[in-house]
Each structure stands twice: as structure tokens, then as C-alpha cells.
Design a protein around this ligand. Structure first.
Ligand SMILES: NC(=O)c1ccc[n+]([C@@H]2O[C@H](COP(=O)([O-])OP(=O)(O)OC[C@H]3O[C@@H](n4cnc5c(N)ncnc54)[C@H](O)[C@@H]3O)[C@@H](O)[C@H]2O)c1
Length: 290
């Protein structure tokens, strides 16, 4: 019960809070007593999550936000501050993915992902970090990915953006310590959300492959339920861990990367070969059926 109300009186903003990991983080923060703002491009979905969380006894509100718009991110932070007088957590979590190999990429396949996954996070820093510095406390939590710790093929722009998010979070953690501000990078493995097939604003980019085919292919990795993910992730945040990998077994990939980068590359080369095989099989069976 103490854990359940440990965040009483604290204020948290979660970008990408309408679905998946963001919605689950918002619900878990509220369950632990925090006042939560779910900020997302999908306003009606965020409102539905907020209503449900309020009905369960939480203090949660929805706000429309496009994280690519720096002025809008700042306006949301300022408005939250006016309303509550403090900002304890800013979760830079909104993200999209473009699947497919880089020989088939267009300029937009790079830009769209960098604009949301990387610019979205830096816009959050521009808005929330000065507030936290002034307060002398606060915690920036950036959703990276296991793809920010190892090279995951067939999603080049996503991998690049997440390496950038993890890198900047580590650098900022070092800088921010003297202001009393904490910084963590949240690195999910596979979690059962819409991003497994690109998300509402992303895409798969593999001709002939349907979203449900990709979800089935990733299914072998047994994606974690977002609620379970959020409980473990918030525990990691409250323990002020620098890099939080959930589900925990995905740390094996990170350890291997550090132990033997060449072995790690070999493993991911094998995983790409298997992915290509699975994708070709799914596309062929779609063609036969259609
Ligand atoms: N699900 C996984 O397996 C997994 C693994 C590693 C990392 N992640 C990361 O977790 C984060 C959350 O993703 P998710 O898995 O919950 O997927 P999701 O698609 O369920 O949620 C992403 C949310 O971000 C919002 N969003 C997208 N673009 C936005 C923008 N420009 N402005 C504001 N909101 C925007 C979407 O509307 C959506 O609500 C992402 O950063 C993602 O890269 C997820």
C-alpha cells in the first residue's frame, strides 16, 4: 500500500500517453498517487485512458500534443506548471517505427522517425529541463529501446533514433546531476503494443506484408503486457537506474554486446536471416491466398 501511494503529490507528464507503454505508464503513475498528464496526438484515445484511470481513483488528464512541435511541448509544460506548481517527471515516450531494410528507404522514412523519436525527446528536454533545474529536482525519463543498445536490423531509422536517445540521456544524466535532476533511459524489449507494426503514425514498409503478419512474427519473442512492463519500469525509475531494460531477460542482448561486439553482430545477422525467411513466407502465403 505504501508503494501504491508513494507518488502522492507528484506531477508527471507522459508523451505518447494515449496507447501502449505510455498509457500503461500513466495508469501506473496514477495508481501510485501521481497527478498525470497524458499528452498525445491521439486526443480522444488519451481522453478515454484518462477517464478510465480517473474512474479507478487516479488524477489523470489528457492533452493534445504533437511532440514534433517544440512550442507546443513548452506550452504544455508551462500550463502543467501553472496548474500544479511543480513538475516531477517528464516521460519523453512518444515514438513511431518504420520497418524494412535501408535499401528501400525514402527520405521520409528517416525524417519521420527522427522527428518523433529524437526531436520529440529533445523538445521535451528544451521544455522540461529548465523547469527542473529551477526546482532543483525532477526526473526526465526517455523511452529508448533495446534498439538503442544493440544494432537491430530491418528498422534502420528507428535503431539510429534510439541509439541517439540513449546516448543523449547518458550525457544529460551526467550533466544534470549537479542540478539535482535525474535522467533515465527506458529500454523496452518487446512489449505488446501497436508499434510492433509501426504504430498509428508509423509503417511497416514491406510490400505484401500485413500488420498482423509482423505481429505474428514478433510473437515468438513473447511480447510483455504493457501493464506488467509499466510496473517494472516505474520501479526502475524510482530506483534512479540510468538504463532500465524491461523485460529483464532482454539484458542478455545488451550484456553480449558489451562482452563481444562481434558475437553480438553475428547474432543479429542470424536474426535478420530468420526475419527475411519469415517475411518471405508470410508474403508468399498472402499472395497464394489473394
Ligand atoms: N512496444 C515495444 O515493443 C517497444 C520496444 C522498444 C521501445 N518502444 C518505445 O516505446 C515508446 C511507446 O511506444 P508503444 O510501444 O507504446 O507504441 P504505441 O504505438 O502503442 O504508442 C506510441 C504513442 O505515441 C503517440 N505518438 C506518435 N507520434 C506522436 C507525436 N508526434 N506526438 C505525440 N504523440 C505521438 C501515438 O499516438 C501513440 O499513442 C516508443 O518510443 C517506442 O519506440 C516500444
Amino acid at each position: 500500500m505504501a508503494k501504491a501511494r508513494a507518488l502522492e503529490g507528484r506531477v508527471a507528464v507522459v508523451t505518447g500517453g494515449a496507447s501502449g507503454i505510455g498509457a500503461a505508464l500513466g495508469r501506473e503513475l496514477a495508481r501510485r498517487g501521481a497527478d498525470v498528464v497524458l499528452a498525445d496526438r491521439q486526443l480522444s484515445l488519451a481522453e478515454a485512458v484518462a477517464r478510465e484511470a480517473c474512474a479507478a481513483g487516479g488524477r489523470v488528464r489528457a492533452a493534445e500534443l504533437d511532440v514534433r512541435d517544440a512550442a507546443a511541448v513548452k506550452a504544455l509544460v508551462d500550463e502543467t506548471l501553472r496548474r500544479t506548481g511543480r513538475l516531477d517527471f517528464f516521460f519523453g515516450n512518444a515514438g513511431i517505427s518504420v520497418g524494412g531494410e535501408m535499401d528501400g528507404y525514402s527520405a521520409a522514412d528517416w525524417d519521420d522517425v527522427f522527428d518523433v523519436n529524437l526531436r520529440g525527446v529533445t523538445n521535451g528536454i528544451l521544455a522540461a529541463y529548465p523547469v527542473m533545474v529551477r526546482q532543483g529536482h525532477g526526473h526526465l525519463v526517455h523511452t529508448g529501446s533495446i534498439a538503442g543498445l544493440v544494432a537491430t536490423p530491418a528498422q534502420g531509422s528507428y535503431t539510429a533514433s534510439k541509439h541517439a536517445v540513449v546516448g543523449l540521456s547518458k550525457a544529460l544524466r551526467i550533466e544534470a546531476a549537479r542540478h539535482g535532476v535525474r535522467v533515465s533511459a527506458l529500454c523496452p524489449g518487446a512489449v505488446r503494443t501497436s508499434i510492433l507494426s509501426g504504430g498509428r503514425f508509423g509503417r511497416l514498409n514491406v510490400p505484401g506484408l500485413r500488420d498482423e503478419d509482423m505481429v505474428a512474427i514478433i510473437g515468438v519473442l513473447r511480447p510483455m503486457a504493457p501493464e506488467r512492463f509499466a510496473r517494472q519500469a516505474i520501479d526502475g525509475v524510482l530506483a534512479n537506474q540510468a538504463i532500465i531494460v524491461v523485460p529483464r531477460w532482454w539484458r542478455l542482448f545488451w550484456y553480449l554486446e558489451r562482452l563481444s561486439p562481434s558475437l553480438s553482430l553475428g547474432l543479429w545477422r542470424l536474426s535478420l536471416a530468420e526475419l527475411r525467411r519469415q517475411v518471405a513466407k508470410a508474403v508468399a502465403s498472402r499472395r497464394e491466398a489473394g
